[in-house]
Every structure is written in structure tokens, then in C-alpha cells.
Design a protein around this ligand. Structure first.
Ligand code: PMP
Length: 304
């Protein structure tokens, strides 16, 4: 992945992909204190467009604020870096990865005298959970790993170190032959996927966990707004895993995962065992939106 053509934005400069290197004493590599984002740009009639760029950049800065890190660039500069990363790599659609991390200016937990570096890379990335997943749905297992406690990890921050928990959960789920994990919160209620927010449908109503320890997903927000426009009621509340077993439909949302139906949880088939009608409606509205076919939310698109 590191040995390829292309360009990566690092600390204000566009570097050839192979030269965008850091030292092995990079502080964030040792302790995981860093913040990042994941965005997508989609092919539209008017060229590539980044979806909800401003909101992603705002979350990056909020994550940094939570961790007490200072990003050395303005939000406008990061927005421009995302645009430039897509443009300079000649991408018609892309996954975009900004990250702010501590450098190799020192070691130790006090983080004295460390510089905060920021990078933005962009590359082509297809359906995160596989091409078939959008229609067929995925098989999910409840994780034995609990989602972070709000006062252990900072759940509002999209922080590098938080993802060790996600990776343990994914590793366990895939070893068991599933595609993704569903993590419960410290009280045993449904929280989120390893990199996705969770929704289920019962009797025509959409239910999603409140954002206690789940990430404040931008796709989650998008889908909730689309549901409101479609006249679908949305309730944010505590959800138990057995409620999911008997749900009519369930799906994950995320920038990478987009809107991915869940067809099975813990060996129980959910609803008809494939994408349900409400999931399909919201998923199709989502793709219309991100691919620029929905004139009602063009303010969410930044054309590259
Ligand atoms: N939860 C977690 C843990 C995530 O990593 C992500 C992906 N950023 C999400 C939810 C979904 O967030 P978004 O829709 O903003 O990509």
C-alpha cells in the first residue's frame, strides 16, 4: 500500500506517495493518541464530490479538542487538502483519510514538546463489506468485547487508540465466519458496529441507540434526516440484542460501510434474511444523495 504512485498531503505539502514517511519513534505509533477521519468522494455528473466535507473536518477538530491536541492548520486548509488529495491523485471516486498525530520529537506520556502533524491521503476503495453486501446484507455476531466506557475512552472522539477495541471485535467476528461485529455497551445494550452505527426497523419505526458510547456518525445523521423526509419515525433509545433478533430489518451506517443491511445476528435470520423495504428506500436515497442525483441536499456536496 505504501509502495505505489500518487500523492499524500503532509503538513501542508503534497509529497509523492512513497516519500510520505514518518519515523519509528512517532509518538502516536507507541500510544495511540491521535485523531482521524474517513470521508468519501463519489462520482457525479459534475465530477467527483466529497460528501459532507465540512462536518467531517469539524469532527476532526472536535476529536483533537477532546484529546487536547492542537492541529496546526485551519479547518479551511484541511478542507482544501482533502480536495487536493482527490484532485492530485486523479480520482473519480475516493476514500479520504485525514489524520493528526504526534511526531517523533520525544517520548513519554506527558507529550512535552511534541509537534502535531497532519496528513491527508486519498485512494479508491469500493464497498467496504464486499460488493454483494449492499443487497444481500451481512452476517453479524454480537461481540464478546464491550464497547468503550465513556470515561475510559473518549467516545465522541474518532481517536486512533479507540480502534484497538474495534479490531479485536472484527477479528473475533471474522474468525467465527461472520462479516462484522455488533458491540454492546457496558450495560449490555446494543451500541454500534466496529466502524458503523446501528439501526433496526420494527413495525415501520426506525430505532437506533442513543449516542452514549457510539461515535456520532455523519452517515447516521444523514440517514435520520432522510428517514424524517420519508415520513419514517426515528426513535433513539436503548436496544437489547434480543430485540434485534426479532426485528423486521436491521442495517449498519458509516462512511466506509454506507448503508449495509444486516441479514443475520448470532445465527438468527433477521426479517426476510435479505435487504428489507425500508433499508432499501433509505439506501437508495443515500446513494442518490452522495452521487449527486438528489437536488434537495446539494449543500452536502463539495465538488472537487
Ligand atoms: N462508529 C464507529 C466506531 C466508526 O468508526 C464509524 C466510522 N467513522 C462510524 C460509527 C460511522 O461514522 P460515519 O458515518 O461518520 O462514518
Amino acid at each position: 500500500f505504501a509502495d505505489r504512485d500518487g500523492y499524500i498531503w503532509l503538513d501542508g505539502e503534497m509529497l509523492p506517495w512513497r516519500e510520505a514517511r514518518v519515523h519509528c519513534l512517532t509518538h502516536t505509533l507507541h500510544y495511540g493518541m491521535g485523531v482521524f477521519e474517513g470521508l468519501r468522494a463519489y462520482t457525479t455528473e459534475h465530477g467527483p464530490a466529497i460528501f459532507r466535507l465540512e462536518e467531517h473536518t469539524r469532527r476532526l477538530f472536535n476529536s483533537a479538542k477532546i484529546l487536547g491536541m492542537e492541529i496546526a492548520h485551519s479547518p479551511e486548509a484541511i478542507n482544501q487538502a482533502c480536495i487536493d488529495a482527490v484532485r492530485r491523485n486523479g480520482l473519480s471516486s475516493a476514500y479520504i483519510r485525514p489524520m493528526s498525530f504526534y511526531g517523533s520529537e520525544g517520548m513519554g506520556l506527558h507529550a512535552d514538546g511534541l509537534r502535531t502533524h497532519t496528513m491527508v491521503a486519498a485512494w479508491h476503495w469500493g464497498a467496504y463489506l464486499g460488493d454483494e453486501s449492499r443487497e444481500r446484507g451481512i452476517r453479524v455476531q454480537t461481540s464478546s468485547f464491550t464497547r468503550h466506557h465513556v470515561n475510559i475512552a473518549m467516545c465522541r472522539a474518532k481517536a486512533n487508540g479507540n480502534y484497538m477495541n474495534s479490531m479485536l471485535a472484527v477479528q473475533e467476528a471474522t474468525r467465527a465466519g461472520c462479516d462484522e461485529a455488533l458491540l454492546l455497551d457496558v450495560d449490555g445494550f446494543v451500541c454500534e458496529g466496529s466502524g458503523e452505527n446501528f439501526f433496526m426497523v420494527r413495525d415501520g419505526v426506525l430505532h437506533t441507540p442513543a449516542l452514549t458510547s457510539a461515535l456520532e456518525g455523519i452517515t447516521r445523521d444523514t440517514v435520520m434526516r432522510l428517514a424524517a423526509e420519508e415520513g419514517i419515525e426515528v426513535r433513539e433509545r436503548r436496544i437489547t440484542r434480543d430485540e434485534v433478533y426479532i426485528a423486521d430489518e436491521a442495517f449498519f451506517t458509516g462512511t466506509a460501510a454506507e448503508v449495509t443491511p444486516i441479514r443475520e445476528l448470532d445465527g438468527r435470520t433477521i426479517g426476510p434474511g435479505h435487504r428489507g423495504p425500508i433499508t432499501e428506500r433509505l439506501q437508495s436515497r443515500y446513494f442518490n444523495l452522495v452521487e449527486g442525483r438528489d437536488p434537495s441536499h446539494t449543500d452536502w456536496l463539495t465538488f472537487v
